[in-house]
Design a protein around this ligand. Structure first.
Ligand SMILES: *[C@@H]1O[C@H](CO)[C@@H](O)[C@H](O)[C@H]1NC(C)=O
Ligand SMILES: *[C@@H]1O[C@H](CO)[C@@H](O)[C@H](O)[C@H]1NC(C)=O
Ligand SMILES: *[C@@H]1O[C@H](CO)[C@@H](O)[C@H](O)[C@H]1NC(C)=O
Ligand SMILES: *[C@@H]1O[C@H](CO)[C@@H](O)[C@H](O)[C@H]1NC(C)=O
Ligand SMILES: *[C@@H]1O[C@H](CO)[C@@H](O)[C@H](O)[C@H]1NC(C)=O
Ligand SMILES: *[C@@H]1O[C@H](CO)[C@@H](O)[C@H](O)[C@H]1NC(C)=O
Ligand SMILES: *[C@@H]1O[C@H](CO)[C@@H](O)[C@H](O)[C@H]1NC(C)=O
Length: 676
């Protein structure tokens, strides 16, 4: 026995020695590669030039006289950003792997910080340094240990620019095993003593609680772990407030600038995202921004507000390559006068415009990121034909128009692998989608005020330099007959409905704006208070949807942590019914989570519903304080013989009650008469 044990110890020792030797060889190779190019500089003597140094073998430092960026070698972890009076903008007390990093959540919660094992200089001039940290995935050594992806993490520092550009090139080869990669992001953990003020929009900015204020000694966890009630925060100003990172979400199309300010130095740290092309799920997908930590994120792939309906599962045999980014980490400073926060925010906005102006960047060197002349453009004009609204064609004013991977109308909102290019049409419906990467796409659109999704029945192939004018396109939104009545506005959100005030004991002062009210915690519970006598009844001609239609069809709290399904009623009067005519009930949903919506006409006791959506949705928009998740439209055929002259009632039941958050949100409901 002892002999065997000794031998196995010996073997372990030898293996360790081999590993150490390999590591040393590897590190010296990295060093040699940098040295061999004769580019080692002694720091950065001319502040206008960008300099590169390797102070030792374990890190690389890029310095342009404005910022000094330190990256661990060869892992590619961002470990330091020195700026103005701050030795490190990132939290130096954290481990190197926990300061500035990419990470991927894949399969069932497997987590990978995608450390790389090789560094290469891509560009080294006085104007710019671009570094590439890579890792080639190897079945025999990496299978089951790390996400099956070839990784290339790029870092760029430019002369005269106080910041850092970052992008990632991720690639699956065809023979890589299945992987469900449902979250990819970069994370920045900022200096906790310094960055206390968060800004994510013109109206949503304020001093924030500290990370430790969320500890269980200082807070109380609410309905889920992300939401806490601050009971004993370090700054008493926040006592009694709720904090939940999902309250700071933003739609992709608006998620361009967010970050933090250090009051002591009057320094700002900003994540600037000049383009949405590399995000998933189209312009309306919501995602995280910055949150208590202080943490700033750049979200590339996630299931937030879509659930697993978003397509991020890759099968064996499926090759894939995608450039995520570049995003720009911008630093700015102001003199510490009274207005410095405003000055920093406005300067960051100005910088954002500058970054958007120069998109697509022309200084990146990866051939996987095409520059402007290698991209194409698609223009046209979208009109809407809805003869029950207007005999003429209507201009699709401000329509959202975009190119995404070929699919069905509306498929872009669950599309999670390719690039998407969106724009908003002008008042006349004219659109111009610029800077489209070469590839094959469909053109999609939706128009405010009209239900459904448009798709042009044509595969559009973009080649470098293409300028395609599609001319006039006509969208025929679903419609079978004249409007008898309608509830809400077809805008893919529940924002126009009644949004209650939060419980005063559960408010977050960052959502105080009327337009942000839906982001408050616990609104789902308000339904049971307001409708304590009975469920919602909406009477056409009497009720007003902005007061009388609760924004989410939620469960009723019957006490003792028990939640029951609710049935809402729509009461309306028909002067006449054509017994042989076909009516249509259009039900557009703005969100659904683990829900089943059943529809009954006039008979609430009918054992079988007239219509059911069946089990739908995982978007969790109620719990995540979204005002919408994924859009779904149901056109329900209603034969005249189930309606009656005079008073009618539609019964809407959300039947599932496994937890607290089974729910749907409505976007819009319309009853159409028979075709005339
Ligand atoms: C993968 O790793 C194995 C074991 O270390 C090695 O023999 C092989 O050469 C590697 N393959 C590639 C493509 O690097
Ligand atoms: C790169 O883009 C910038 C900003 O858009 C522009 O000023 C510059 O002339 C471009 N450089 C080249 C080489 O095209
Ligand atoms: C368009 O592209 C899709 C996906 O690549 C393909 O399945 C479909 O057949 C194409 N349609 C036409 C008309 O070429
Ligand atoms: C419905 O309620 C809103 C908000 O209270 C109000 O602005 C609007 O005028 C009302 N509409 C009607 C038709 O009364
Ligand atoms: C509350 O729920 C628990 C667990 O389901 C049950 O054991 C208990 O009897 C319930 N209490 C009341 C008052 O209904
Ligand atoms: C009822 O609908 C049928 C079928 O659409 C139509 O032929 C008939 O004219 C309608 N009757 C009336 C009174 O409108
Ligand atoms: C009404 O719908 C039924 C069932 O779909 C269909 O058979 C019938 O032809 C329709 N009637 C009219 C007038 O369109």
């Amino acid at each position: 026995m002892e002999m065997v044990a000794n031998r196995s110890h010996l073997r372990k020792l030898v293996l360790w020695l081999i590993m150490i030797v390999e590591l040393l060889l590897f590190l010296s190779a990295c060093y040699a590669e940098i040295a061999a190019r004769k580019i080692l500089k002694d720091g950065n003597s001319n502040p206008l030039e960008v300099g590169l140094q390797t102070s030792d073998n374990y890190e690389v430092v890029i310095d342009n006289g404005l910022v000094e960026v330190t990256i661990e070698n060869p892992s590619g972890y961002l470990t330091g950003i020195k700026y103005k009076g701050l030795d490190n903008v990132l939290e130096s007390r954290n481990q190197n792997s926990n300061k500035g990093y990419w990470d991927i959540v894949w399969d069932n919660g497997a987590y990978d910080k995608i450390a790389t094992n090789h560094v290469k200089i891509i560009t080294l001039t006085d104007d710019l340094v671009e570094l590439s940290f890579t890792k080639i995935w190897n079945f025999s050594t990496d299978h089951g240990k790390s996400v099956p992806l070839n990784i290339d993490k790029r870092f760029i520092v430019r002369r005269g620019v106080p910041g850092l550009y970052m992008y990632g090139i991720f690639e699956r080869q065809e023979d890589f095993p299945d992987a469900h990669m449902y979250q990819i992001r970069t994370v920045f953990k900022l200096n906790e003593d310094k960055f206390r003020f968060m800004a994510i929009s013109d109206t949503r900015q304020r001093a924030m609680p500290r990370g430790e204020d969320r500890d269980n000694t200082r807070s109380q966890t609410l309905a889920f772990k992300e939401a806490v009630l601050l009971t004993n925060p370090s700054n008493p100003q926040f006592r009694g407030e709720v904090d939940d990172k999902y309250q700071y979400s933003i739609e992709n199309k608006d998620n361009k600038l967010h970050g933090w300010i250090s009051d002591d130095e009057a320094v700002g740290f900003w994540v600037i995202t000049p383009s949405n092309e590399f995000r998933t799920g189209g312009p309306h997908k919501q995602d995280l921004t910055s949150h208590v930590g202080p943490t700033a994120l750049s979200m590339f792939v996630s299931t937030h507000y879509t659930g697993t309906d978003i397509d991020t599962a890759y099968g064996k045999g499926e090759a894939w390559k995608k450039v995520l980014g570049p995003v720009f980490i911008y630093l700015n400073s102001a003199s510490s006068d009274d207005d410095f926060r405003k000055i920093l925010w406005n300067d960051a906005k100005r910088q954002l415009s500058e970054e958007i102006e120069s998109w697509p960047y022309n200084f990146t060197r990866s051939e996987d990121f095409p520059h402007a002349e290698q991209r194409g453009e698609v223009s046209g004009q979208l009109l809407v034909r809805d003869r029950y609204i207007d005999k003429e064609l209507v201009q699709a004013q401000s329509a959202f128009v975009g190119l995404a991977a070929p699919g069905y109308a509306g498929s872009w909102q669950t599309e999670g692998k390719g690039y998407q290019f969106w724009t908003q049409a002008d008042k006349t419906g004219r659109f111009d989608v610029k800077n489209v990467r070469p590839g094959e796409y469909n053109l999609y659109a939706w128009v405010y005020g009209f239900i459904g999704d448009y798709k042009l029945d044509l595969n559009i192939t973009i080649q470098p330099g293409n300028k395609i004018n599609l001319g006039t396109l006509v969208y025929d939104p679903p419609r079978n007959g004249p409007t008898l009545w309608e509830i809400g506005i077809p805008d893919r959100t529940a924002a126009e409905f009644f949004i209650p005030d939060p419980y005063p004991t559960l408010a977050n002062s960052l959502c105080i704006d009327e337009a942000d009210k839906f982001r408050q915690y616990g609104l789902w519970e308000r339904y049971s208070d307001i409708y304590h006598r009975g469920d919602l009844v909406y009477t056409l001609g009497v009720s007003n949807y902005s007061q009388d239609w609760f924004f989410a069809h939620v469960l009723r709290n019957v006490g003792n942590s028990t939640y029951r399904p609710t049935t809402w009623q729509i009461k309306y009067n028909l002067e006449d019914v054509n017994e042989t005519g076909n009516y249509t009930l259009q039900v557009a949903l703005a969100a659904s989570s683990n829900a089943e919506l059943q529809v009954r006409f006039n008979n609430p006791e009918a054992v079988l519903p007239y219509f059911t959506t069946t089990r739908i949705g995982y978007d969790n928009s109620v719990a995540r304080h979204g005002i919408h998740g994924l859009y779904r439209l149901y056109g329900i055929d209603v034969p005249g013989n189930i309606l009656q002259k005079g008073d009618n009632t539609i019964f809407l039941t959300q039947t599932r009650s496994q937890g607290l958050f089974n729910a749907v949100m409505y976007d819009y409901i319309r009853l159409e008469g028979p075709t005339v």
